[in-house]
Design a binder for this molecule. Structure first.
Ligand code: HEM
Length: 231
């Protein structure tokens, strides 16, 4: 059996959450292998690069949480409306800690972040597409994000909480249990085949937006990856 045929057969018998995971896993590999991700995870990202990432997160999650609130009562979009997951309050505290009380005047989105946030806002009219964006960010934060949390705390010498609250989900209880409940909420949605496929495609697009954002961060905060960059 050819690989494409095998993948199709697997997809046909998979739940929506399995599809989202399996059919984007290649894109996940690329995101994980990105120079910026690797620097973050290996503790070699300079502090300014980390702060720039927190700033971009602030603009992204502002869009995600705005749309989540707007769709709270929608039968599809409302399935992922978990206010206890929301990151903007934590990001605001992180930015005040990292940049000082006037941080709002000092932050701006990169062009790639602006485009990504615009796409998220666009899905306010397409709730299954919004779910794809929601899934890509929050399940990532609850998974690989928890590895990053430990490295970030150690690398930048943060005390408990301050500077990396973004990665702390202490209102959720057990994260594996929350993630299972999240996947069950996705699987309970009655999305037809075509809509599931479109949503998976949108999740792949979300990964591309993330990679673009990391590429721009990389360009604006060059990583010390070679001796030339080390000074
Ligand atoms: C340093 C970079 C990264 C590392 C080390 C990492 C690592 C991981 C790990 C270990 C898991 C759990 C896998 C499992 O359940 O078996 C995971 C899941 C996930 N990651 Fe990442 N990740 C990284 C970057 C990203 C990025 C940039 C995104 C998207 C913006 C992302 C989105 C996701 C999602 C959505 C899941 C959940 C998959 C699912 O169970 O459906 N990750 N990641």
């Amino acid at each position: 059996m050819g690989t494409a045929q095998a993948t199709q057969q697997q997809s046909a018998s998979s739940t929506f959450s399995e599809r989202l995971r399996n059919d984007t896993w290649q894109a996940h590999g690329a995101a994980e292998a990105h120079d910026f991700s690797r620097a973050l995870l290996s503790g070699t990202l300079p502090r300014e690069g980390y702060v720039a990432l927190v700033v971009q997160h602030y603009f992204l999650y502002t869009a995600l949480e705005e749309v989540s609130r707007a769709l709270a009562d929608h039968p599809v979009g409302g399935a992922v409306h978990f206010p206890e997951l929301h990151r903007v309050p934590a990001l605001e505290r992180d930015l005040a800690f990292l940049c000082g009380p006037d941080w709002r005047e000092a932050v701006a989105p990169l062009p790639a972040t602006r485009a990504y946030a615009e796409r998220i806002r666009w899905t306010a009219d397409w709730p299954a597409g919004f779910i794809a964006h929601h899934y890509t960010r929050y399940l990532g934060d609850l998974s690989g994000g928890q590895l990053i949390k430990k490295v970030v705390q150690r690398t930048y010498g943060f005390d408990d909480g301050a500077g990396f609250e973004f990665y702390v989900f202490d209102r959720l209880g057990s994260l594996p249990r929350f993630k299972n409940g999240y996947r069950a909420a996705l699987d309970a949605l009655e999305l037809d085949e075509a809509e599931q496929r479109r949503a998976v495609e949108e999740a792949r697009l979300a990964y591309r937006f993330n990679n673009e954002m990391m590429a721009e961060l990389d360009r604006s905060h060059p990583l010390p990856r070679t001796p030339d960059h080390a000074s």
